[in-house]
Design a protein around this ligand. Structure first.
Ligand code: MG
Length: 388
């Protein structure tokens, strides 16, 4: 083993980002050692990963999952359980990849940063919900927060040309690109009849179900506005969204002198994953390389704010701040789960989020217990509006 190998904990190993991270790690065994993994219900996949990479520690959801996993893994690994287990594994590697689904990824985000680790974040929900709490632990010695989200990874690369003064005074605005999702250009009548199958059919990216549905409502882009603001410390009034159907320009930074810097590549999540693992080194795999020997047309258009009200809700939550972003994200998780379970129509997803936000009571969100309480209350309001 090379002494300079970086140890990696991949928490959320069996989902879409997890699988693509494993693909990067397989090609880079001399540089990285996968030491810890976590997963949810797909225990046989988790056991197969543990065997293939000879990992030392595995986090599972519950004692029931532990006993099932022990039978599957057929080797001696440390097994830890639940939120405590996730938090524990987020503190014992050089790089922590947070690919846990949704708000459940919170212990990983806070655990990794408070332990001074490099956090490669694919879980935007935890950062959005806990932004004031993340800000407190982010300056821990050694801690680094790197975004796997492709738009934010693009911005991270574009910002390298800035002196990096707090608040980025030389940046006029950040421009997040959006594919527009499967319903770009659909009219009111068409959107009324949008089915689950339609919504799960993303035009440019292959991703997990939750984020694919979020892309269809543009809630994903709304959450990404909040994510960018929290990551880079830039007010949402300086963050714009532009629809770019080709998903080649992953986002842009416009400087005060009018220069716009962009990062371009084919849509391939392995590129931002490799960037976050390798920084400051770039790993030589050219996952997203473009072929300029063929015609390539790039187009940009403003989003349709009336057809996709999720964007406006996200900006509003950002302006209200405190626990409002946590409410937005929690209500959205409940609504998307209900849509995936065929309980509501596509249009109802954002309607439920909007009606949940009507019940928000201002809270500065100054503690972890207050965050869990807010998350719980928001989910209850969202579930209540499901039944209406
Ligand atoms: Mg994204």
């Amino acid at each position: 083993m090379s002494p300079s190998r970086r140890s990696v904990a991949l928490l959320g190993a069996t989902g879409s980002i997890g699988v693509q991270t494993l693909d990067v790690l397989r090609r880079e065994r001399e540089k990285f050692e996968l030491v810890a993994i976590a997963g949810g219900e797909q225990l046989s996949e988790l056991a197969a990963i543990a065997k293939e990479f000879d990992v030392k520690s595995v986090a599972v959801k519950s004692e029931r999952h532990r006993s099932e996993f022990v039978d599957l893994v057929e080797r001696d690994v440390e097994i830890v359980v639940g939120d405590e287990g996730l938090r524990d594994l987020s503190q014992h590697a050089d790089v922590i990849v947070n690919a846990v689904l949704g708000f459940a990824g919170l212990p990983v985000t806070l655990g990794a940063l408070s332990a001074g680790k490099r956090l490669a974040l694919a879980n935007k929900e935890s950062l959005i919900a806990a932004a004031p709490l993340v800000a407190k632990v982010r300056n821990t010695d050694g801690a680094a927060l790197l975004p796997i989200d492709s738009e934010h990874c693009a911005i991270h690369q574009c910002l390298a040309s800035s002196p990096g003064i707090a608040g980025y005074p030389d940046v006029r605005r950040i421009v997040l690109t959006a594919s527009g999702g499967p319903f770009r250009g659909w009219n009111d009548e068409q959107l009324k009849g949008a089915t689950k199958e339609d919504a799960l059919h993303h035009p440019t990216w292959t991703m997990g179900a939750k984020i694919t549905i979020d892309s269809s409502t543009l809630m994903n882009k709304g959450l990404e506005v909040l994510e960018a603001s929290a990551l880079f410390g830039i007010d949402v009034e300086r963050i714009d969204v532009v629809v770019h159907p080709q998903s080649i320009v992953h986002s842009m930074v416009e400087y005060v002198d009018g220069s716009v810097l962009a990062q371009l590549s084919r849509p391939d999540m392995r590129l931002p994953i490799a960037y976050c693992l390798g920084l400051p080194e770039r790993l030589a795999h050219a996952y997203g390389a473009l072929d300029f020997s063929k015609p390539l047309a790039l187009s940009f258009e403003p989003p349709d704010a009336a057809a996709f009200p999720a964007l406006g809700l996200a900006y509003e939550a950002a302006r209200v701040a405190g626990a409002a972003p946590a409410w937005l994200s929690a209500a959205n998780e409940v609504a998307v789960a209900a849509f995936l379970a065929d309980q509501i129509k596509w249009r109802d997803i954002v309607a439920i989020v909007a009606s949940t936000m009507d019940h928000y009571v201002a809270d500065p969100l100054d503690s972890l217990s207050s965050l869990y309480e807010n998350d719980d209350v928001a989910r209850r309001w969202a579930r209540a509006s499901l039944d209406r």
